[in-house]
Design a binder for this molecule. Structure first.
Ligand SMILES: Nc1ncnc2c1ncn2[C@@H]1O[C@H](COP(=O)(O)OP(=O)(O)OP(=O)(O)O)[C@@H](O)[C@H]1O
Length: 331
């Protein structure tokens, strides 16, 4: 488990992390999301004890990381895959890390295999591609067989095969009951991997909820095809719905006999079905439509993009129109 409690981190006048609280639970892959400059890396560095908080604390399995005697056995982390000694071979790099934490050479061979690096283990790291360096960084994180894993942007710059490999690995690590946190600034990258998401913007918590709930919260409308769309539209409007008609597309492409679909807001799919049944109107399609996760993320963070349009910050430091974070309780 990783706990971040009331964490505040400042660099001069910049508040990089602002009273941030969340818990990363075991058995799940948790995505840590936010636009560029949101404070993700700063939070992760604080968890690793690389920076001291101005306020609050971070705990790994109930203890500050810096107080762990053999930290790699409790938590493995990858912050910057490029930060390795290019002159060393992959095996020597991992061997060095292992010795410093009292881990034997057999484990080095095991993680090289797990990361698909056995064949290149004797090559110098300086000649590795970004994907190979990411694999090496992940192998290093796995060395101590830790129950907690944390990766900063592990999918960055990887090809589709590399992304699939990391996804499968993270999911299997979570399925073994480990705590897995990975950051990204791209929602779509996480949509297929993360069970849970913690979203931050300008150092503040915006959402802490399941990936499915986040998408559900941004459900847009219900698409309805019916035998008598005009009558159904009228009926729905009298029950408070907003109904528009889907653009049927260019005339030549229209399906013969097919009527334009209705896009309904304000009455859910079950309500539409009940109303249609009572009116004797047959439904051909009834599809609740969500925003894509990327759209949901953009909408959530639109006020907090560091280099985008900013809302004014009031004297007491509270953003005008600040939103309440989305949590499982506030859904
Ligand atoms: N060492 C530093 N000195 C000064 N400011 C910093 C430092 N590190 C981070 N910041 C600032 O703190 C804020 C948060 O940065 P951070 O790197 O944690 O964001 P991030 O969410 O990881 O962004 P990205 O997705 O771009 O990596 C930014 O405004 C950044 O400019």
């Amino acid at each position: 488990m990783i706990e971040v409690r009331g964490l505040t981190m400042r660099y001069g006048r910049t508040v990089a992390v602002d009273d941030l609280t969340f818990t990363v639970k075991p058995g799940l892959v948790t995505g840590f999301l936010g636009p560029n400059g949101a404070g993700k890396s700063t939070t992760m560095r604080a968890v690793l004890g690389l920076e001291s908080p101005d306020a609050g604390e971070t705990l790994v399995d109930g203890r500050p990381y810096a107080s762990l005697r053999r930290p790699m056995l409790t938590m493995g982390a990858l912050l910057d895959a490029g930060a390795v000694h290019g002159g060393r071979t992959a095996r020597a790099h991992l061997g060095c890390l292992a010795r410093s934490n009292g881990i034997g050479p057999r484990r080095v061979a095991a993680v090289l295999g797990q990361a698909g690096l056995t064949e290149v283990a004797g090559r110098r790291v300086g000649g590795f591609s970004l994907g190979m360096k990411q694999r090496l960084g992940i192998a290093a994180a796995l060395l101590g067989d830790p129950a907690v894993l944390m990766f900063d942007e592990p999918l960055n710059g990887l090809d589709p095969e590399g992304i699939r490999w990391i996804r499968d690995l993270l999911r299997s690590l979570a399925a073994e009951g480990r705590t897995v946190l990975l950051s990204s600034h791209l929602m779509n990258e996480l949509a297929l991997t993360a069970d849970h998401v913690v979203v931050i913007g300008r150092g503040r918590l915006i959402a802490d909820t399941t990936t499915d709930a986040l998408a559900g919260r941004f459900r847009r409308d219900v698409l309805v095809r019916a035998t008598d769309p005009d009558r159904l539209a009228h009926l729905l409007r009298t029950h408070g719905a907003t109904v528009t008609t889907e653009d049927p597309g260019p005339p030549g492409r229209a399906v013969p006999g097919e009527q334009g679909a209705l896009l309904v807001r304000g009455v859910d799919a079950a309500g539409i079905g009940d109303l249609a049944l009572r009116a004797g109107i047959a439904l051909r399609e009834l599809t609740p439509r969500s925003a894509s996760l990327e759209e949901a993320f953009m909408e959530l963070t639109e006020d907090s993009v560091e280099y985008g349009a900013r809302r004014p910050v009031t004297e007491d430091g509270v953003e005008d129109g600040a939103r309440r974070p989305v949590t499982e309780e506030t859904r």
